[in-house]
Design a binder for this molecule. Structure first.
Ligand SMILES: CC(C)(COP(=O)(O)OP(=O)(O)OC[C@H]1O[C@@H](n2cnc3c(N)ncnc32)[C@H](O)[C@@H]1OP(=O)(O)O)[C@@H](O)C(=O)NCCC(=O)NCCS
Ligand SMILES: [Zn+2]
Length: 270
């Protein structure tokens, strides 16, 4: 069954989202299993249904730099670049840098077609369109990657997982930060040269959050895609309390030897 723009709009309304909503969306196009008009239809349905739409448009695949300080100052990632890499391959991050394809085709379509605002963290930028676009993604968003999400939370925003799970939910990195988990540091090429930027860690274990946020969840099915929506403040607060109560929460098991989760683990105060 091919999904139409009206099907998506109806699903969003069933989730209680509308023209007063400010929404962060993480997406999968393929999860719908076919949309009339392609990814542009989904972008149009989202951008037209809310007061503000925000999506990740991370560009680290182009801007990341390995310099003498290492890619990650706190050694959570290998300091050595991939074989054959040299600094001439790093592109300065600008407003127009395409999003990493791992953000999904809906996000890149939205970035291209809706001229709103883009946060300035050169590794992990967000694009926003609508009433609060400048407020969320404007000045002061160049260092802390999750600053736009913090601002969205303060504006009573929502997070919508469009056919994806919590593993790609950047708001959980905000919860980690609020719970006192040390933030990773990376370096990126910008028009002003190489700059430091805060960056998120590992999202692989984030589906462990699901039983704790189940009661907050509004859920609807549109074609093959499950849409799950949460009040951002409750969602982040739940994850923050979980980590504060248990420093091992939302980390890969120690037996998995995940360098990023192990780096967090090694910094837990004893
Ligand atoms: C990684 C991820 C994007 C993969 O999901 P996906 O649905 O496979 O990927 P996309 O949304 O990019 O959709 C890709 C499909 O769109 C299709 N497509 C692209 N442009 C199209 C067009 N104009 N018309 C029709 N189809 C098109 C592609 O052909 C591809 O399908 P194929 O693999 O069969 O060729 C998703 O799992 C995810 O993690 N999303 C969230 C990302 C995020 O927010 N990350 C931030 C925190 S880390
Ligand atoms: Zn991990």
């Amino acid at each position: 069954m091919t999904v139409t723009q009206e099907d998506i709009e109806r699903g969003l309304r069933e989730l209680g989202l509308g023209q007063n909503s400010h929404v962060l969306v993480h997406s999968s196009y393929k999860a719908f299993g076919g949309v009339e008009g392609g990814p542009a239809t989904v972008a149009r349905a989202l951008a037209g249904s809310f007061a503000t739409l925000m999506m990740p448009a991370f560009a680290s695949h182009r801007s990341a730099v390995w310099d003498e300080r290492g890619l990650f100052e706190n050694n959570a990632y290998p300091a050595a670049p991939p074989e054959g890499w040299d600094i001439s391959q790093a592109e300065p991050f600008t407003y127009d840098t395409p999003a990493n394809p791992t953000m999904g085709i809906i996000n890149e379509t939205f970035r291209r077609e809706y001229d709103g605002a883009r946060s300035a963290n050169p590794m992990m930028s967000f694009v926003a369109y609508g009433a609060l676009a400048d407020e969320l993604c404007g000045a002061g968003t160049d260092v802390d990657a999750v600053e736009p999400i913090r601002r969205l939370m303060e504006a009573a925003g929502q997070v919508l997982l469009l056919g994806v799970t919590h593993t790609n939910s950047t708001a959980i990195h905000l919860a980690e930060q609020l719970a006192g988990r040390e933030q990773f540091v990376r370096y990126a090429m910008t028009p002003d040269g190489v700059r430091m930027a805060m960056s998120g860690g590992c999202g692989n274990p984030f589906d462990d959050l699901q039983p704790h946020v189940q009661h907050l969840e509004r859920r609807v099915q549109v074609g093959g895609s499950t849409l799950r929506c949460y009040d951002l403040q409750s969602y982040v607060e739940t994850a923050r309390r979980l980590i504060e109560d248990d420093p091992e929460a939302l980390l890969c098991a120690a037996t998995k030897s995940c360098s990023r989760c192990d780096a967090h683990r090694s910094r837990v105060p004893v």
